[in-house]
Design a binder for this molecule. Structure first.
Ligand SMILES: [Ca+2]
Length: 430
């Protein structure tokens, strides 16, 4: 396939360089760790135990501790302080939760255009708007309440940003609102972004958000299930289409004057484009870098570094394959595609990622932790500058659909699971 790219420069130790496949290589890695551990242990007995306690890259075994459960597919969580969080449920509500006392409260007053599941009769729509597998079902897909982030001065103004799927009749679009949380209710609700058009289909809204240096970054998905439903120039390559892009806005929703200039016909606010379905976006501590995850179709899952004006290639350039065989998209003239920092050779469905800066796992400092929905994976990417040195899959024998990793103010690492009985799990050193 001409659309498959090969990035041989990527040095993914446990995937591409292993002749036995990833699982064996992880076993091999574990064996090496065991040998290393035995060596350090032996050495410690015979000499100075203290000096070796922090030696080498051996880290304590991570284990899962369920902190809270009974959540309807939690999507995002923002820490007010070390024990209080605001949490979004994709299939439910906006909640306040006390992680210590286990109290939960509904934050009332959510906008009433929030997506509601509708019975899908496939024949009511143009062919293949929905795959046949969902005929006669009430499906939620990717729709519901998505990201929550606190305004930088939340302590003073109680302002938050929330992304969710807005509904008009049987059509849907992403919406981002800014609001205050007062007496367990949303007030002063303003729409910050509503990238239309409203169309049927419950997929690929994006909705990831992060704040850096006073700017709000938002990922907006291209919304298609099958690529060829848009003939001609693809949605994500069309700067006159609001979908398939990353936006950068001021915190009042206005467009920063120094955003990239894509011409007068381009949708205002677009910062980068060529995006299929990015849900995870995060700033890298100690830098001005923004990193984001991207869902491919069959494979094609990526980690990207955000650059002003960049075209990330979808669907013309991808490390995966298309759902629509024989698809032949138009392209921009002289397109310049920005390659991913990392991609997987299997489907991972990487989503709400974060950089680890905690102290519980000292050798994870600065690593990018990436949850995966598809097979229930959690990845630890070791970086050197902007290069991925290795990708380790954690909890190989304990898979769960993983939506987001969030670090608390004191550096504790939490995982949200994408389940009917969704959980908040703390990852602790055994
Ligand atoms: Ca790409």
């Amino acid at each position: 396939m001409s659309n498959i790219i090969k990035l041989d420069k990527l040095n993914r130790h446990f995937i591409t360089n292993c002749p036995f496949g990833m699982h064996i290589c992880n076993m091999k890695f574990k064996f090496i760790l065991l040998v290393k551990f035995a060596f350090v242990f032996f050495f410690a007995i015979g000499s100075n135990a203290k000096s070796n306690a922090q030696a080498d890259n051996i880290y304590p075994k991570p284990v899962k501790e369920v902190v809270f459960e009974g959540l309807a597919h939690p999507w995002s969580m923002a820490f007010i302080n070390e024990k209080e969080v605001l949490l979004t449920e994709k299939d439910g509500d906006l909640l306040w939760i006390d992680l210590e006392s286990k109290e939960r409260l509904l934050i009332e007053g959510f906008p009433n255009d929030l997506f509601k599941p509708v019975l899908v009769t496939v024949d009511d729509y143009p062919p293949r708007t929905y795959p046949n597998s969902v005929d006669g079902k009430k499906i939620r897909g990717n729709a519901g309440i998505l990201e929550i982030v606190l305004a930088p001065d939340f302590d003073k103004n109680a302002e938050i940003f929330v992304s969710y799927v807005s509904q008009k009749d049987k059509t849907f679009a992403l919406k981002v609102i800014k609001a205050k949380v007062e007496n367990n209710a949303l007030t002063n609700i303003e729409t910050i972004l509503n990238p239309g058009p409203y169309v049927p289909g419950h997929w690929h809204f994006g909705g990831g958000m992060c704040i850096q240096n006073g700017y709000l970054f938002i990922t907006v998905g291209e919304r298609l299930f099958f690529e060829d439903l848009k003939q001609g120039l693809p949605i994500a390559q069309d700067l006159k289409d609001a979908r398939g892009a990353v936006y950068r806005l001021d915190l009042d929703g206005s467009i920063p004057a120094d955003n990239p200039d894509f011409g007068e016909n381009a949708i205002p606010g677009i910062f980068a484009f060529g995006i299929r379905a990015a849900q995870g976006i995060t700033s890298r501590p100690g830098s001005n870098e923004i990193w984001f995850s991207e869902h491919g179709t069959n494979q094609g899952d990526e980690i990207n570094l955000l650059e002003a004006g960049a075209n990330y290639g979808w669907p013309n350039r991808t490390s995966g394959t298309w759902r629509s065989p024989g698809y032949n998209p138009d392209s921009l003239s002289n397109p310049k595609y920005v390659e991913p920092i990392h991609y997987w050779l299997q489907t991972v469905a990487p989503t709400g990622l974060t950089f680890y800066t905690g102290t519980e796992f000292p050798s994870w400092q600065g690593n990018l932790i990436v949850p995966g929905l598809s097979r229930g994976s959690l990845w630890r990417l070791v970086l050197e500058g902007k290069e991925v040195l290795s990708a380790e899959e954690l909890f190989l024998n304990d898979r769960v659909r993983s939506r987001k990793v969030v670090q608390s103010p004191e550096g504790q690492l939490y995982l949200l699971t994408d389940e009917d009985n969704g959980k908040i799990i703390r990852i602790v050193a055994e």
